[in-house]
Design a protein around this ligand. Structure first.
Ligand code: FFO
Ligand code: ATP
Length: 197
């Protein structure tokens, strides 16, 4: 099997486990995740944070988005483009989210363009797993691979933080040349930092 096949198999298994999580465990996990995230010094000092709106069985980000927004942090949310690249718009609170394609919720404000993400001090990334080196397995659309490449090209070095369930921190994920490591993972069990690359 090549790395793309191995990634696919691992994604399917992790998504299956996520879907099996009962609603009460999901909401308890979201609260714990927000609590640990808010302990991160990088988030406390950030002026702008690129985040995303969790949907379905994803580790919940809604509590965290609302705390950041309420305390005046500029929160950027992704808008999925037809080619799977991401545009961005500012989070203006729960009433400013609208259902979009693929079960997503997206901000209804002005689109700032794909380059807007380079202004973020922290980028919170979705994913399905991260390994002991900080290598992340994403959904497979390559959206965040493009974001990370864009940040690197712009010379931007925001704190990259992935939000997961505790079982999704694994020994090794398959890696391809375009993959970039993250600085930390937050799970309901706490924060784990990785060595700088
Ligand atoms: N909450 C959230 N927002 C995000 C992402 C994400 O992973 N999570 N993305 C990360 O890149 C981007 C959107 N990329 C996506 C790529 C694939 C699918 C997807 O496969 N959706 C399923 C249906 C949803 C489900 O039930 O899981 C599908 O279309 O079959 C969704 C979003 C930007 N916004
Ligand atoms: N910079 C890029 N520009 C365009 N496509 C890219 C880029 N980087 C990776 N891709 C493509 O995106 C696809 C998905 O890559 P991969 O399986 O690594 O996704 P992922 O990192 O798990 O998902 P995501 O980035 O959406 O979180 C691959 O076909 C890959 O070739």
């Amino acid at each position: 099997m090549d790395d793309q096949d191995t990634k696919g198999t691992l994604r399917a298994e992790l998504l299956r486990v996520r879907r099996g999580l009962p609603a009460d465990e999901r909401s308890a996990a979201a609260r714990a995740l927000a609590r640990h995230a808010l302990e991160l010094p990088e988030l406390a000092s950030a002026s702008a944070v690129a985040a995303y709106v969790s949907v379905g069985a994803e580790p919940g980000t809604r509590d965290l988005l609302d705390v950041l927004h309420t305390r005046g942090t500029r929160v950027l949310l992704p808008v999925l483009l037809p080619d799977n690249d991401l545009d961005w718009a500012v989070y203006e609170g729960p009433d400013s989210l609208a259902p979009a394609g693929r079960g997503l919720l997206e901000p209804d404000g002005p689109r700032l363009g794909p380059e807007a993400v380079v202004a973020a001090d922290v980028v919170l990334l979705p994913g399905l797993a991260v390994d002991a080196r900080g290598m992340r397995l994403g959904r497979g659309g390559g959206s965040y691979d493009r974001v990370l490449e864009r940040l690197a090209k712009a010379g931007a070095r925001p704190a990259l933080v992935v939000l997961l369930y505790a079982n999704e921190v694994v020994a090794r994920v398959p890696v391809e040349p375009h993959d970039h490591p993250v600085r930390a993972v937050i799970t309901p069990a706490g924060v784990r930092r990785f060595a700088a690359p």
